[in-house]
Design a protein around this ligand. Sequence first.
Ligand SMILES: CC(C)(COP(=O)(O)OP(=O)(O)OC[C@H]1O[C@@H](n2cnc3c(N)ncnc32)[C@H](O)[C@@H]1OP(=O)(O)O)[C@@H](O)C(=O)NCCC(=O)NCCS
Length: 137
Amino acid sequence: MLTFSEQKDFDATHLVTLYAQAPWAVGRSLADVQEMLAHTDLALSAWDGDRLVGFGRVLTDYIYRASIWDVIVDRAYQGQDIGTQLVQRMLHHPSLKRVELFWLCTRDKQAFYEKLGFSAKEQTGMVWTRAKQARSE
Ligand SMILES: CC(C)(COP(=O)(O)OP(=O)(O)OC[C@H]1O[C@@H](n2cnc3c(N)ncnc32)[C@H](O)[C@@H]1OP(=O)(O)O)[C@@H](O)C(=O)NCCC(=O)NCCS
């Protein structure tokens, strides 16, 4: 049976394993993922028994802005509405009901997010990336 959870204290090795399926997250270390979870405002996970099958998270000020990150569904479970439910649960979470604007980055999943009401009309984002070597100093 599929269940959703907001607990952040689950064994993060499950998430490291799930991240390994995504090119943008492969290689994330257990220690970094544990720290990320500790500092994330809302972490939503989907479980089939004790198997982590989906994940997504929100960083927010609870009023003006929220950003959605790391939405991922296990390959074996894709196409079963889990990604949709994860995003819907984030958008409509009681603690985020005053947030004016939700923002996310996606390279090739526009169609998935457009179905959920996201728009790509305002292409205003810019990014600055810290070099990998500088991150470990
Ligand atoms: C994108 C992703 C989260 C979708 O999760 P999912 O559980 O498979 O999606 P759902 O079953 O809720 O699908 C909802 C709808 O989006 C569509 N959809 C799903 N994945 C899609 C994709 N990659 N591209 C376009 N449409 C997609 C489905 O066909 C479905 O449409 P329908 O309602 O008309 O049938 C999942 O495929 C995934 O984890 N992909 C790899 C990780 C990734 O790249 N994440 C995006 C980070 S920005």
